[in-house]
Design a protein around this ligand. Sequence first.
Ligand code: ADP
Length: 224
Amino acid sequence: MKIEAKELSKIYGEGEGRVTALDMASLEIMPGDFISVTGPSGSGKSTLLHLLSGLDRPTSGRLTYDDRDIYSLSDRELSAFRRRSIGFVFQQFNLLPVLTAKENILMPLLLDRRRPDLAELEKLSRLLGIHDRMDHLPCELSGGQQQRVAIARALAAGPQVVFADEPTRNLDSRSGGEVMELLEKVCTKMGRALVVITHDSRIASMARRRLSIVDGIVTEVACR
Ligand code: ADP
């Protein structure tokens, strides 16, 4: 799936309090792309991620997923589109404490009344090294294992793209590095695009495409 953002802008407030959080951002995301987004606090990283993933709507600009204009969808259609096409990984793992790892992973699919593909789940949990932890509760898992469960949950619905907002922020540097390597590995293996916001220059340099954002202006800094 090709994602194309054209001149996306987001302006908050009016008059003196007016803030241009994102200023005419244009970019394309192709299947299998691994893109990092870095920039100082308040530069517009979360705004960019929220707009690219349809969590929020821009003040102006266009966003298409395979030529489909997603902001023309109603809120209900947009949330169904997000559930099926987009995976999210956040800095908080957001696992439900009373559910096992497996139940957490399958929850979004079940809420969407979709039948889980258990063979796919087995493959995913092996790739992420959590196959022997599937019947454990989150409190019985380390931070790194919990984030790997959250990654499996993001990928179980078969999204075309995964957006991750500071996915290693709550982890020590060793398990953070492991989690990022696994996230990249599963996305590459499954042909998913991956967009990661990070403060960590090591993680940013793992990405094949790097975006920098300053005062709402997005620039592509390197491509390898
Ligand atoms: P970052 O993720 O890089 O820290 P954000 O995208 O959260 O930056 O914010 C970019 C700018 O937009 C900041 O100046 C922030 O204060 C402002 N902003 C973000 N969300 C809102 C909002 N809901 N209302 C008003 N201003 C906002």
